[in-house]
Structures are given as structure tokens and as C-alpha cells.
Design a protein around this ligand. Structure first.
Ligand SMILES: Nc1ncnc2c1ncn2[C@@H]1O[C@H](COP(=O)(O)OP(=O)(O)OP(=O)(O)O)[C@@H](O)[C@H]1O
Ligand SMILES: [Mg+2]
Length: 372
């Protein structure tokens, strides 16, 4: 892997030559609360990085500090070799797209897109050409003379994107740009933004609280919690190898089970001995993804999964039909665990109340330390 998003160990380390955008101990305090707490992050040139986390974790604050709209309480923002922490917004080479499109309602689409270039004193013929190019990029040329209120939400978001791109920024910042769109349009725009970002080779930071967006669009995912980084990694990294229980449960669905590690690669949970890929001793938290767990009859041969398989017995307490999936809720000694299975025309495996077994592979078992 040539490019990697690296968490620098010390706030002053300036070692990665690849970093295009670097946050170095970036901090924002509001009174006693730290909205963003000493964030260190390197974004290599041409990468799309997602800031992912729950509401209030500091995503927007981070993005707005990068843009220059919020003054940091501490730390530095470096682009290439320049410290831009004190640089005014208009001199930063960044394009911004916000959740609320913030278009000028009285101006046509073309004028909305042209605005940034007019402010920069670009010549009229060049403006016309660049606006045409930007509108072509987001497939809006036929609507150039319309006003924002005559556009759908998705079209307005495309105007906002064109307006950010027309200034040919070296960094594109997007704050939940798709959250006002319906599910289908969101899928489309996801692919469109990703294609444009890759075609232009532009460095981008994408704020979202939607894990699907982060996993499906981005080169790297930065999982944030309470103003701090929880984990930085590729989508596969953070999903398959979550560093903390928080990441495991925020990125993808998961089952949690309290257990006692015995220090020999096993743990006791729900009255059973489970094999775990860890020699942890004492209280641990065991997690497994619902779609990696199989549901079987508690009697019969099918319930024996062989060497590398864990098994817990319980009782089916609820079945939820979610279209392409069936979610089986199973009560295992008072803990509710969920199994997801592809729905075969909504046919249900067993009736609620039936005794069932959960089976999953040892390698699909995630283990985290837990304070007693
Ligand atoms: N101007 C402000 N004054 C005081 N506190 C603020 C201010 N702006 C943000 N905060 C606080 O800072 C924290 C981070 O806010 P921020 O807007 O960055 O969160 P976010 O991750 O973008 O959340 P969301 O997903 O809801 O948009 C929150 O606890 C918020 O209440
Ligand atoms: Mg926000």
C-alpha cells in the first residue's frame, strides 16, 4: 500500500512526505468542553477520507477548522509544506459542500456556480468555460438557467458540488452532503462524487455519520468519538479489525456478549465454553457480526459445527422481516443475540419460542478487554 493515512505519534512529528493535508494536534474548546481534542491525521494526496462518528463527536468542527471557518484553540493545519492555520478562508485552496446546499435562491444555477470565480476576478470568457465544465461534470448543463427552487434536492446538491469544484480546489471538503437525499439518490450521488473525486485526483474529506457511506466511498475511514480518534484505517480494516468495542458496534451491526477469559484461548459465556482468538484472562467482551452467525436446531446433527466453531444454545424470541434479510433474535441466558440470514421469500426457520443454537467460527469472534 503506497498511501496510508497515518496517525502521527507526537504532535510535532512531520515525517510523512506523502501527506497532503495534515492535522497536527488540532483542538477546539468551547468553554470547558473539548469539541475536538488534539486530532492528528495525515491525508495523502488524492485520497478520500471519511470522518465517521455519532452526532456531536466533532466532525463538523474539524471540517470547519480545516476550511478556516472556525479558529482552532490549538494545533496546526498543514497543506503540503505550508502551515495554513492562520490563513483566511478565501485564500485557502479548498472547495466546500454543506448539508444544506446554501445556494443563492435568486441566482440561476450557472450564476451560483460562477460566483466563486467572479469573486476571484477570473475573466468572463474563462468563467463561462469553467462553469460549463463544472456543470458537465455533475450532468447539469441542461438546467443551467434554472433557479434553485426549480430543482430537486439531488440537483441542488449537484449545483453545490459544481460550485465547489469550479474553483479547482486542491482539497474538497464535504459535510454530510447526501443526508437530505432519499436512499436511491444517495446511492447514485455516492458513486458520482467518488468518480469525480478520482477523476480529478482531488484530496477530499467527507463527513458522515452513515457507516455505509464511509465504507463504500472512501479510501480511509477515521472513526471519531467524543472529539477524539478511535481508529483510522481502510474500510476493511475498521470493519474486520475494529480497535475498540465502540468501533465494532458503530461500524456495522454486532452482537455483544460478556464473558470470562480463561487465559488459554477459551472463555465462559452463557453457560458454555467458547473458543476465542485471544489468550485474554478475566472479564472480556465478545462480539460477532449477526450475518456471520448461523442458526441451527438445538438437537440433531446439524448443530455440531466441528473444530473451529462456537456454539451457544438459546430460545428464539423474535423474528423480524427486513426485506432481503431475516433477523432472528435469540435469548441466550438472558442476553439477546441476533442472527441475520438471507430471506427466502420470508420463510422463517423456526417459530418463536423454539429452542435453537447459534454457531459461528472462532475467527469471526472479536474479543475486547472489559473492566470488571
Ligand atoms: N459554537 C459552539 N459553542 C459551543 N459548543 C459547540 C459549538 N459548536 C459545536 N459545539 C459542540 O461541539 C461538539 C461537536 O460538534 P460538531 O458540530 O462538530 O459535531 P458533529 O460530529 O458534526 O455532529 P452532527 O453529526 O450532529 O453534525 C458538540 O458537543 C457540540 O455541542
Ligand atoms: Mg455535523
Amino acid at each position: 500500500m503506497m498511501h496510508q493515512t497515518i496517525l502521527s505519534g507526537t504532535p510535532t512529528a512531520l515525517t510523512s512526505r506523502d501527506a497532503h493535508l495534515r492535522l497536527d494536534g488540532l483542538t477546539k474548546r468551547y468553554g470547558d468542553t473539548e469539541a475536538v481534542a488534539a486530532l492528528n491525521l495525515d491525508v495523502p494526496k488524492g485520497e478520500l477520507v471519511a470522518l465517521l462518528g455519532p452526532s456531536g463527536c466533532g466532525k463538523t468542527t474539524t471540517l470547519r477548522m480545516i476550511a478556516g471557518l472556525i479558529t482552532p484553540s490549538g494545533g496546526r493545519i498543514v497543506v503540503g509544506r505550508s502551515d495554513i492555520t492562520q490563513m483566511p478562508v478565501y485564500r485557502r485552496d479548498m472547495g466546500l459542500v454543506f448539508q444544506s446546499y446554501a445556494l443563492f435562491p435568486h441566482m440561476t444555477v450557472a450564476r451560483n456556480v460562477a460566483f466563486g470565480l467572479e469573486m476571484r476576478g477570473v475573466s468572463k470568457p474563462e468563467i463561462e468555460q469553467r462553469v460549463r465544465e463544472a456543470l458537465a461534470m455533475v450532468r447539469l448543463e441542461p438546467l443551467a438557467e434554472r433557479r434553485p427552487r426549480e430543482l430537486s434536492g439531488g440537483q441542488q446538491q449537484r449545483v453545490a458540488l459544481a460550485r465547489a469544484l469550479v474553483i479547482r480546489p486542491s482539497i474538497l471538503l464535504l459535510d454530510e452532503p447526501l443526508s437530505n437525499l432519499d436512499a436511491k439518490l444517495r446511492d447514485e450521488m455516492r458513486n458520482e462524487i467518488r468518480d469525480i473525486q478520482q477523476n480529478l485526483g482531488i484530496t477530499a474529506v467527507f463527513v458522515t455519520h452513515d457507516q455505509v457511506e464511509a465504507l463504500s466511498m472512501c479510501d480511509k475511514v477515521v472513526v471519531m468519538k467524543g472529539g477524539k480518534l478511535e481508529q483510522v484505517g481502510t474500510p476493511v480494516d475498521v470493519y474486520e479489525h475494529p480497535a475498540t468495542p465502540f468501533v465494532a458496534s458503530f461500524v456495522g451491526r454486532t452482537n455483544r456478549l460478556e464473558a470470562m477469559g480463561k487465559g488459554d484461548g477459551t472463555a465462559i459465556a452463557g453457560g458454555a465454553v467458547l473458543r476465542i482468538p485471544s489468550r485474554a484472562q478475566g472479564p472480556v467482551e465478545i462480539m460477532m457480526r449477526p450475518h456471520r452467525v448461523r442458526l441451527t436446531d438445538s438437537d440433531g446433527a446439524s448443530a455440531s459445527g466441528g473444530e473451529g466453531t462456537n456454539r451457544l444454545d438459546g430460545r428464539l424470541s423474535r423474528v423480524t422481516f427486513v426485506g432481503d434479510l431475516l433477523q432472528y433474535h435469540v435469548d441466550v441466558s438472558g442476553t439477546e443475540l441476533v442472527v441475520e440470514a438471507a430471506s427466502d421469500h420470508g420463510r422463517v426457520f423456526r417459530a418463536v419460542g423454539a429452542p435453537v443454537s447459534l454457531m459461528w467460527r472462532v475467527e469471526d469472534t472479536m474479543v475486547f478487554g472489559r473492566t470488571a
